[in-house]
Design a protein around this ligand. Structure first.
Ligand SMILES: CC(C)=CCC/C(C)=C/CC/C(C)=C/CC/C(C)=C/COC[C@H](O)COP(=O)(O)O
Ligand SMILES: CC(C)=CCC/C(C)=C/CC/C(C)=C/CC/C(C)=C/COP(=O)(O)OP(=O)(O)O
Ligand SMILES: [Mg+2]
Length: 280
């Protein structure tokens, strides 16, 4: 029973996001030409990313513990499963292990992890309350997963297009998530939704999502990936498009909730498309 409770507490790191981030790093590694010869670097990079993502999600819940009593009362801290102090210390431990592991890869990876760790901490404690800038910080961090995968074998510039696509799609999703969180954010966190209204936030969210969709054929048009990528990424684009039209027709908290969940599924299919592209 005790082990079950401990495992349940680990949901504070949002394991699915940790795996998804590490998966993106593996894709960046593959596309940059990583092979079996440097698998140890890939394993270290994936583990580092899993831990730093978990640390970022945990410190986010620590600083959001008051607003999450309204926005997400089921999360581990507001539900009383984990004390704020334990969550804070656990997050710092994960950041520390991630930084140490990245030093074993190379200096570029160490630099990326230190920058991302500070950005994740500052996002949770300060940037989240700066409209748009907070969303942009999350987009940059998510996009950096592809750069980190290439950096593990010394090729940081290889995945700049994937960085841009991930940044734009994440930016769209984060702005919509702030619509979903507007009740708890009101009066304590300044977001595009709280400062400029739900309708403007929805339009800006859809703008960045459509921009990401429009640019998604670039890896094919530039000859980086083949036709199988184009076919597979079209699935992701269709889900992004469906989620955006959904939000456009129901510009409210429920519409934003549905949009951001569909958008995450689209992101997963986009990752599959990148894998297909790198293997075909
Ligand atoms: C159009 C096109 C091809 C776009 C590319 C989309 C793409 C590949 C995006 C990157 C996906 C990725 C690597 C996600 C990492 C995991 C993740 C969902 C991170 C976001 O975390 C912050 C978020 O606010 C956490 O909230 P929640 O997901 O609701 O727990
Ligand atoms: C490449 C390396 C070394 C690390 C990457 C680290 C990554 C990809 C982290 C995952 C994405 C990320 C930026 C998470 C930040 C924490 C977070 C949950 C942001 C969203 O916070 P809120 O706006 O409070 O939304 P919630 O309602 O989901 O808490
Ligand atoms: Mg939060």
């Amino acid at each position: 029973m005790k082990l079950k409770k401990k495992i349940k507490k680990l949901r504070i790191i949002r394991p699915f996001n940790c795996f998804m981030s590490a998966f993106a790093v593996s894709i960046g590694y593959l596309i940059a030409g990583g092979g079996f010869y440097s698998l140890s670097k890939l394993v270290l990079a994936d583990l580092t990313t899993f831990l730093v993502t978990g640390a970022g999600n945990t410190i986010n819940d620590y600083f959001d513990r008051e607003i999450d009593k309204i926005n997400s009362p089921y999360r581990p801290i507001p539900s009383g499963e984990i004390s704020p102090k334990s969550a804070y210390l656990f997050s710092i431990l994960l950041f520390s292990i991630g930084i140490i592991l990245s030093a074993a890869i190379n200096y570029i990876c160490l630099l990326i992890v230190v920058i991302n760790s500070f950005l994740l901490y500052l996002y949770a404690s300060k940037f989240k309350s700066i409209p748009f800038f907070g969303n942009l910080a999350v987009g940059v961090i998510v996009g950096s997963t592809f750069l980190f995968g290439g950096a593990s074998i010394g090729k940081i510039r290889t995945n700049l297009i994937l960085f841009g696509l991930a940044l734009l799609a994440t930016l769209g999703r984060e702005i919509a998530k702030d619509i979903e969180d507007i009740k708890g954010d009101q009066g304590s966190v300044n977001t595009i939704a709280t400062e400029y209204g739900i309708e403007n936030a929805a339009k800006l969210s859809i703008f960045f999502t459509i921009l990401a969709i429009s640019l998604s054929p670039l890896p094919y048009l530039l000859g980086i990936f083949g036709i199988y990528f184009l076919i597979t990424v079209a699935i992701a684009d269709l889900i992004f498009l469906y989620s955006s039209t959904n939000l456009l027709t129901s510009i409210n908290i429920e519409g934003a909730k549905k949009y951001q969940k569909l958008s995450k599924i689209a992101m997963f299919f986009a990752l599959i498309a990148f894998i297909v592209g790198s293997l075909s």
